[in-house]
Design a protein around this ligand. Structure first.
Ligand code: HEM
Length: 495
């Protein structure tokens, strides 16, 4: 009798996991109970080869289980275009992860926000970012100041020997987003604060992308079990370290804010003034302090690592390729020809530099997993009926490495982005900032930063790898965004 019960239960369990729960989704690898397909990802870290293999095995639309959550993946540009680009309004939701709900106080902030909150805060943030960029062109001013400070710093450091530019690049990029949010930059006097934020952020990203992080994210009750308890503590500590720092900044602003003027000089001030306008509404009409803390978190997190990592990759890729390096330097010498500051007005004359930056972003392919959306209404995608409420991931990393669009995709070749006249060629499938209504909010700022930093760096310096460290590899370090291995440079003035 007992045996019959056990066999019966086992059959029911297998029926549920192997067939029943999967019956309404496109095909995909068999999910394990609780773990889903995360073990597949683990076998193919950092992820690109995983998505490639799954596309070969199951076609361009397949199901990948993020632990207990099924996510329909689109790994083909044409299908992404027909759905997420052409019918944008249907793909604006975000999945709910219990751990961030717990830490954030709900789906607050921007990256994970949904419905009216997302519309309201996406609009508000874009408005504030635009205000900084308009008129006096404050945004570019901030970027140029940081790029010049970085160059001065490197000029000092290069006198003492080979330099690892990573911390300097990170703090320069961090200063820009910090300045936009809180109105101050990082220098020797507060470098410790920056490093605390940077380390917290790096840990947060590493764990968030890791299968263990995803499992914790999905099953917060695991915090009561050994091993997971420690991992949980790391997540909570990282989050709290950043929230505490942001909270202090907000308090400082509240002490000195002048509500009598409409003007603002940073994001927190703009938000607090908007909050004041809604003071008679429940939860300040969505402008409550917890929302502000989460906005700081999201803008800092999204705006710092992505751009700083791309810049670190940019120097690595260019120095590893003699021909590209020579052509970048030649164009800068021919067009700029002095050590003057390069600004965005020079952009249209620097075709090779622009093509190289595009190729760097394509090859760095920074977010192998991208962020997921939630489908708004029942839709047919690639011949499969996808129900409203289904999680869906536009797999932009598969597009950037698609050999039908970018032949020999792991080869570094800026000429992909040049036409026969040497002008920059627009390639529709080049989508490092994703697509649709939830595509990157900071694209304009990121492109400005990449151009100003990259062009000024290579214009000012003749750089080569430190011979003592050997030639670095292009191996990618795992995280939500891919990091390059550390390397050191010997720097000399170009002029
Ligand atoms: C090279 C630099 C960057 C890259 C490659 C990048 C890429 C991305 C990608 C792929 C997404 C996901 C879009 C989706 O859901 O499909 C995203 C979202 C986002 N990014 Fe960026 N990003 C960069 C820089 C920035 C900067 C500088 C900021 C801040 C000002 C920023 C703010 C955001 C925000 C707030 C979102 C969430 C948007 C939403 O959910 O509505 N990013 N980014």
């Amino acid at each position: 009798m007992l045996l019959i019960i056990i066999v019966g239960l086992l059959t029911a369990f297998l029926f549920k996991h192997l067939y029943w729960k999967r019956r309404n989704f496109p095909p995909g690898p068999t999910p394990l109970p609780f773990l889903g397909n995360l073990t597949v990802l683990k076998n193919y870290e950092p992820g690109y080869e995983c998505w490639k293999k799954l596309k070969e095995d199951y076609g361009p639309v397949y199901t990948f289980w993020l632990a207990s959550l099924p996510s329909v993946v689109i790994a083909d540009y044409e299908i992404i275009k027909q759905t997420i680009i052409k019918d944008g309004g249907n793909y604006v939701g975000r999945p709910y992860f219990p751990i961030s709900g717990k830490m954030r106080g709900g789906q607050l902030g921007l990256i994970e926000a949904v419905d009216d909150r997302w519309v309201q805060h996406r609009r508000f943030s874009l408005q504030v970012l635009r205000d900084f960029g308009l008129g006096k062109n404050l945004m570019e001013e901030k970027v140029i100041i940081e790029s010049q400070n970085l160059i001065e710093l490197l000029k000092k450091q290069m006198e003492s020997g080979p330099v690892d530019i990573q911390n300097n690049v990170d703090s320069a990029v961090g200063s820009i987003i910090n300045n936009i949010l809180f109105g101050y930059r990082f220098d020797e006097s507060n470098m410790e604060q920056f490093l605390t934020m940077k380390v917290g952020l790096a840990r947060h990203f590493e764990l968030a992308a890791h299968p263990i992080g995803m499992i914790i994210g999905m099953y917060p009750f695991l915090e009561n079990f050994p091993y997971f308890k420690d991992q949980f503590k790391i997540v909570v500590n990282n989050w709290n370290t950043l929230y505490d720092l942001f909270g202090k900044q907000i308090e400082e602003h509240e002490k000195i804010i002048d509500y009598d003027t409409a003007e603002y000089s940073d994001y927190v001030e703009a938000f607090l003034k908007e909050k004041k306008k809604h003071e008679d509404e429940p939860d300040f009409g969505g402008f409550e302090i917890m929302q502000l803390k989460n906005m700081c978190f999201d803008l800092w997190v999204a705006g710092m690592e992505t751009t700083a990592n791309t810049l670190y990759w940019s120097v690595l890729y260019v120095l590893l390729d003699e021909e590209v390096h020579r052509k970048v330097k030649k164009e800068l010498r021919d067009v700029i020809g002095s050590d003057r500051v390069i600004t965005s007005t020079d952009k249209s004359s620097l075709n090779y530099v622009n093509a190289t930056l595009n190729e760097i972003q394509r090859l760095a392919n920074l977010l192998p997993q991208n962020l997921s959306r939630v489908v708004g209404k029942d839709t047919v995608i690639g011949g499969h009926l996808i129900k409203a409420g289904t999680i869906l991931t536009p797999q932009i990393s598969a597009v950037l490495y698609d050999d039908k669009i970018f032949p020999d995709p792991y080869r570094f070749d800026p000429t992909r982005f040049l036409d026969e006249n040497g002008n920059v060629k627009k390639i529709e499938e080049f989508i490092p900032f994703s697509v649709g209504k939830r595509q990157c909010l900071g694209e304009g700022l990121a492109k400005l930063e990449l151009f100003i930093f990259f062009a000024n760096f290579f214009n000012q310096f003749d750089a080569e790898f430190d011979p003592a460290g050997g030639i670095p590899t292009t191996k990618k370090r795992f995280g939500v965004t891919m990091k390059a291995e550390n390397y050191k440079l010997v720097l000399k003035n170009s002029y």
